[in-house]
Design a protein around this ligand. Structure first.
Ligand SMILES: Nc1ncnc2c1ncn2[C@@H]1O[C@H](COP(=O)(O)OP(=O)(O)OP(=O)(O)O)[C@@H](O)[C@H]1O
Ligand SMILES: [Mg+2]
Length: 250
């Protein structure tokens, strides 16, 4: 019998709370998420509900109060710190709302940085190619301060994909950009994820954008639910469907 491919992300019974002066504050409790390899997944939900915190847990950057996260069948928390860092560097990339480029490095240097850290010697050539593929072939020697917001995010995308990660986490990647620029950024994220078969986890406040993903989860009131935005079916349809278990989440 063929072995079952492990989930890209398998989070079980994930809980996170923070200590405070008035006792522990629970952000969420017993979350389960299973994400297949190569899928695109959006996480939506009100501000402050813990979306970024959840992303950090899924990426192994933060430890849950309880529960487990396995990435491609590997539990990062079972690895020694050095192995964990090496696995993350090879397999995980991030794109953030505020770009997170290093101000003192050029676009080319920022892009090649993940490969430099891995000790690859053709990093500049690869960085040049990735910058060309995001349309910044003529901006390679610019520093972040000499680039527009959209251009900085394109550098961040080139840097994210240069390692061909299996998991790409994007935390409100269009949050600081105008609609049209944001559209271009999203197109690059989807196109490159599809091309490299990366699993894409996208936090967004934009429900229309979320709906372009294979799955949408909503985090609210400490719980995660599968979300669908289509209006409730008409009474006639409901009457028929009520016989089946109908699981639309508001
Ligand atoms: N290390 C920490 N210690 C204490 N509280 C924290 C810590 N990290 C996050 N929080 C709290 O957890 C809550 C959720 O934060 P988080 O950034 O995950 O929310 P979010 O859903 O991403 O919000 P937004 O949509 O505004 O980005 C916030 O109230 C925040 O103050
Ligand atoms: Mg956030």
């Amino acid at each position: 019998m063929p072995l079952k491919t492990p989930f890209a992300i398998d989070a079980q019974q994930l809980s996170k709370s923070f200590p405070s002066a008035n006792g522990d504050i629970s952000l969420f409790k017993d979350l389960d998420m299973q994400i297949e390899k190569g899928q695109s997944v959006a996480i939506i939900g009100p501000s402050g509900t813990g979306k970024s915190t959840l992303l950090s847990l899924l990426a192994g950057l933060d430890t849950p109060s309880s529960g487990t996260v396995a990435l491609s069948g590997i539990s990062l928390n079972d690895l020694a710190e050095e192995q964990k860092a090496a696995w993350r560097a090879k397999n995980i990339s991030f794109v953030f709302q505020s770009f997170h480029l290093l101000a003192e490095l050029t676009a080319l240097e920022n892009t090649q940085l993940p490969l430099d850290i891995q000790g690859q010697n053709n990093a500049p050539q690869q960085a040049q190619q990735w910058l060309e593929s995001v349309g910044l072939g003529s901006r390679t020697s610019h520093f972040p301060a000499q680039l527009s917001g959209g251009e900085q995010q394109r550098v961040a995308i080139a840097r994210a994909f240069i390692t061909q990660p299996s998991l790409l986490f994007a935390d409100e990647p269009t949050g600081n950009l105008d609609t049209k620029t944001g559209e271009n950024i999203i197109k690059l994220l989807f196109d490159f994820s599809a091309k490299t078969q990366a699993t894409l986890i996208l936090i967004t406040h934009d429900e229309q954008l979320a709906q372009r993903c294979d799955q949408v989860y909503k985090l609210a009131n400490g719980k995660i639910t599968r979300w669908q935005s289509t209006p409730p079916p008409s009474a006639a349809v409901l009457a028929t469907e009520n016989q089946q278990s109908y699981e639309a989440q508001p």
